[in-house]
Ligand binder design. Structure first.
Ligand code: ADP
Ligand code: MG
Length: 390
């Protein structure tokens, strides 16, 4: 997100990430509440509609707090593994454990080895962790973001029901096992809550440890709008703050739309020379809350070099989303090589399109930024609001 003027403090439609706690405002109370609950239970489902801020709350609120905040001060050390189920939840769980430094990453085939160990029995996760490098007296938090992806098994193309069931059993057994300090936090869309009943024990666990994410109230929204600019010593004019607050609708997509408008407003302010406060005219240049997102996505699409690139772009967005039922779309993160199989054509063209949609100041696709993509890199749309708004 570097621009000539330093960092754009607004992430756009993607969630806040673990390192962005310093830009994350308005959720102090909810973060504290999650911590309190984690002291009492080892299984927590953070539930709310799409765009309500679940991923951000867990990533930029809860996790940093475990690492440096009150829980750490109380004497408990934490390791955190973050994953999304995607098309292969067991492999993705195995990868997240390696990324959390629980195993020697240089060991050959480490991910497939851990996956095999996870598959062995319902206690597979407990057993696997007992053989890991997790130090004694250290807790392990496993975050399963976008948990609803697990319910894709219903579709022909999805994961098998058996695999989904096993993955869920691993999490439940681990969070109930006395011998191993494993904590599980899921984020899940509320429109999938009913699907939990299909797996033995899951509905019960969710009932026990459910946290419904509250909406930001007006004051918290004000914080979320004006505080990030101040982090870099910049100001946002009062009239802009008021205007933004008034322009936020009751639309459930209000947060991603607001956040995208803020990111674009900042970009226009930088383009205008970044003199004085971020102001109304910069916001107006984006097209305002209702227009900013679709206008921006169109611009990126139209600026692709030719029809072939645009064909690929259309296919990418189609492939990365799936209709589960009427009005219920879901993300379908996919590895780069799978995406290439679907889109066909020259891989260079595919890479170019993905890069255009994930570059600094854009973030429609993830992973955001300029890091080189590998064939196994998982590509995801940054938010499902994109499906609805664009
Ligand atoms: N506290 C906050 N302040 C400002 N924007 C936020 C906040 N929490 C989330 N957002 C933004 O709202 C959008 C949705 O957040 P996300 O965490 O992805 O929600 P969910 O996981 O519930 O779909 C993203 O654009 C994110 O940047
Ligand atoms: Mg999310």
């Amino acid at each position: 997100m570097n621009s000539s003027n330093g960092i754009n403090p607004f992430p756009g439609i993607r969630p806040f990430d673990v390192q962005e706690k310093y830009l994350f405002f308005g959720r102090e109370d909810q973060t504290a509440e999650l911590l309190t609950r984690l002291r009492k239970t080892r299984f927590l489902a953070v539930v709310g509609s799409s765009g309500s801020g679940k991923s951000s709350l867990v990533r930029a609120g809860l996790i940093p707090e475990l690492h440096g905040g009150t829980m750490a001060a109380a004497g408990s050390a934490w390791e955190v593994a973050v994953m999304k189920p995607g098309g292969d939840p067991l492999t993705n769980l195995a990868k997240s454990l390696v990324d959390a430094d629980l195993y020697d990453p240089d060991q050959e085939d480490v991910v497939s080895m851990i996956r095999a160990s996870l598959s062995r029995s319902g206690m597979g996760l407990v057993d696997t962790i007992q053989q890991s490098d997790l130090e004694s007296k250290t807790n392990l938090l496993i975050v399963v973001d976008q948990f609803e992806e697990i319910f894709r098994f219903r579709r022909m193309t999805g994961i098998s029901e058996e695999e989904a069931g096993h993955f869920i059993r691993l999490l439940l057994e681990a969070s109930q096992d006395e011998s191993c300090p494993i904590y599980v936090v899921l984020t899940m869309r509320s429109d999938f809550l009913g699907d939990c009943a299909q797996f033995g024990g899951l509905a019960e666990a969710v009932n026990e440890g459910e946290y419904i994410i509250p909406r930001l109230n007006r004051n918290q929204r004000k914080q979320a709008i004006e505080a990030p600019s101040r982090v870099g010593g910049r100001e946002m004019s009062n009239r802009l703050v008021q205007r933004l607050l008034n322009d936020i609708s009751d639309d459930p997509d209000q947060l991603p739309i607001l956040q995208h408008a803020l990111m674009r407003t900042w970009e226009y302010w930088v383009q205008a020379g970044s003199e004085g406060p971020v102001d109304l005219e910069h916001y107006q240049a984006t097209g305002g809350m209702t227009e900013a997102l679709s206008r921006h996505a169109d611009e990126v699409f139209q600026s692709l070099p030719d029809g072939e690139h645009r064909r690929i772009a259309t296919l990418i967005f189609k492939s990365l989303t799936e209709k589960v039922s009427e009005n219920r779309g879901i993300r379908r993160p996919m590895q780069l090589n799978e995406l290439h199989e679907i889109c066909g054509g020259d891989i260079k063209h595919l890479l170019h399109v993905i890069d255009e949609f994930r570059k600094t100041g854009c973030t429609f696709l993830m992973p955001a930024g300029e890091s080189a993509l590998q064939k196994h890199t998982i590509i995801d749309i940054s938010h499902e609001s994109l499906m609805r708004v664009w």
